[in-house]
Unconditional design. Structure first.
Length: 303
């Protein structure tokens, strides 16, 4: 029986593995895709303490090597279910295999909702971003657009207004879902232009994004805006569907406090799939450390 099974090998899961192995816990990570999570798609990271600049791929690779060199085991297999047993937990895998452990850390992450239009993947990191606080600094004094109508989109626009020279806030409806206080704050900023009710129809520019073609949802008219960057803020989808009957979810996210404990003893949650306000690389790694230490206490002390 393994001491700790970690579901997901993104920054949270790999950080948890580092802490678990340093404490002498046998540790297996299960990952259904590629280790590193969303951060591997980030061209440059400049906001991680003590690392001035590093690519997302290199960061993920370094963290992976650190965990593996400490003795963690990574298996490329998707966890399809988890059940409680008398001695711990049984983990069912998509391959048909099973594994057992004393404690589980759910670090399954979340994926950004995409616009679903042509060239979106091609221009990722070349003008398209899904994280304003991660990449906003690259657009100092430039013109950017934010697409979305919720709190995140409006908060991103306000944040970027302090960096960029101009911010277009594009939403497909005339009314925003965001809190009124945020919308009011955005409207009061002179360098934010609200563009409604428009959708992004086409991405312009080669090899980098330099403009958007927009379509008015009411009359079908089109307009073009020149920009240097587009921040897509239309929500995230936590990868928690396989665990909806295992732990308590809130809006699809796992309910777990700052101690990373879920409602099930012995199961902990870390990273972007946990209910929380800030989802950054630093907070994912922090969650991984907290969850691992909590799991270690659970195994050793039963608390």
């Amino acid at each position: 029986m393994t001491d700790i099974i970690i579901v997901g090998a993104g920054p949270a899961g790999l950080s948890a593995a580092v802490y678990a192995r340093r404490a002498g816990m046998s540790t297996t990570l299960y990952e259904g895709e590629m280790y590193g999570g969303q951060i591997v798609n980030t061209p440059e990271i400049e906001n991680y303490p003590a690392i001035a600049k590093i690519s997302g791929f290199d960061f993920a690779n370094d963290l992976y090597n650190q965990a593996i060199n400490l003795g963690a085991v990574l298996e490329f297999d998707r966890v399809s279910g988890i059940s409680k047993t008398d001695s711990g937990f049984e983990v069912a895998l998509a391959s048909g295999k099973t594994d057992t452990c004393k404690a589980v850390i759910l670090a399954v992450g979340a994926s950004n909702r995409h616009l679903g239009i042509a060239r979106e993947e091609e221009l990722l990191g070349k003008g398209i971003s899904y994280c304003a606080t991660c990449d906003g600094a690259f657009y100092k004094g430039k013109t950017v657009a934010v697409n979305g109508g919720g709190n995140t989109a409006v908060e991103d626009a306000i944040y970027l207004a302090g960096i960029a020279s101009k911010v277009y806030l594009i939403h497909r409806r005339n009314e925003f879902r965001a809190d009124d206080v945020l919308v009011k704050a955005a409207k009061e900023l002179s360098n934010i232009e609200i563009v409604t009710p428009y959708v992004v129809e086409s991405l312009l520019g080669e090899p980098k994004l330099n403009g958007l073609e927009l379509t008015n949802r009411e009359d079908g008219s089109k307009k073009t805006v020149d920009i240097d960057g587009l921040f897509v803020a239309i929500g995230q989808e936590p990868k928690t569907a396989d665990f909806k009957d295992l732990v308590t979810l809130q809006g699809g996210y796992i309910e777990a406090g700052e101690n990373c404990k879920t409602n099930v003893e012995g199961i902990f949650a870390a990273g972007d799939a946990r209910v929380k306000k800030v989802r950054q690389l630093t907070t994912a790694c922090s969650d991984g450390a907290v969850a691992a230490l909590a799991a270690i206490d659970y195994i050793k002390l039963g608390v």
